[in-house]
Ligand binder design. Sequence first.
Ligand code: ZN
Length: 417
Amino acid sequence: MRYFHSHFIIYGLLQFILLNANLYSQQEINFVEGIHADYDKCGYYFDEEKNFYNKSINNWGYNYDSLLADLEIWRLSPYVKIDSIGLSVQGRPLWRLTISEDPNSVEGKRTVHVHARTHPQETESFWVTREMINILLSEFTGPQTIRATCVYYIIPMFNPDGVELNLPRRNANNVDLESNWNTFPHQPEVAALKANFIELMSSPNPIEVMLNMHSASLCKRYFVYHDSVGTSPAFAYMQQDFITGIRSYYPTGIEPWNYYISWTSGTPLQYPESWLWITHGENVMALTYEDMYQCAGTGNFHITANALVRGVMDYMGIVTNIDEVNVVSPYEFALYQNYPNPFNPGTVISYQLPVNSNVTIKVYDILGNEVTSLLNEEKPAGIHQVSFNANSLSSGVYFYTIQAGNFFETKKMIFQK
Ligand SMILES: [Zn+2]
């Protein structure tokens, strides 16, 4: 789903020159490792052209406001607590979900940590993360068991500034947050995540599994496996067990553990996994997961999420009702309840598209008269919002409708002066 219209490219070029003239003038860290010597961890090697084209995409279809809209939806669940671990360079909170049976009381719960979108363009692994959240919040017995036993800490957007500034792989200071855990002083995002790790690792129930969610141009779904040279023979076996277990739930989608082997010549220092390995060794299964990056086979995010959730629980020895965990609706069209509601006079309507669609959103009064058309245009796949201001209207019940492809839905909202 790329935009090759020439005006996008020209616009991207202007943005590139005006905003990011120094982005690639810095020395690129070319971390060559493992059997894929031409690629860095996420499959990029002086891959400026791909980054350049992606600049024409507006926040890759899911921006910071999209996250805020999702947070408002997730916040309605009794199983979620939302806080932030700190602020980005530009002062955006690094939002964190705490998911457990009682998210305000997680003593004794076994700990899993997930963070996504370190690299803003790698949205696929964010969609997987989002599906993991949906699974973990669902009322099936499997997730109930997980919530009764575990706490999941999930940071869905670790680099919100990069997302907002359309920086494919950097934060607002043009630093790659993935590969600068050994650079001092730390970027504020890195400092916040490290402090979060330190706090959790010193708690009575330290992190047992840490997933670092990325997407790579290799057009495969895989884990970045750490060779025993850079870790230990015991950890190598543990990783093989972990990855094989997850893969057993999606054998046609996820590659075997030996697909991508890293750390073959020692332990690198720059990654979050490195810090966890050096500090806590075999106590934490800390791995990067790479989803398909803009490939023909991209998708099936709910299947991947399902495999990750089930595999992680198997690895931790927690028995779940796997048949029921499997019953998860795929990523689909959706029209969400406006927020706030009732409202006065402004409110925001969110909707979700699984594919690029021509979207029409209209508002009607209680008699069925069209009040206004809020949107009528082509939108990319993802979550989007439109705002509605009822300033000139009288109080009362209104309806809003979405038409996107063959999808049509209506919801009610209340304007209360
Ligand atoms: Zn990445």
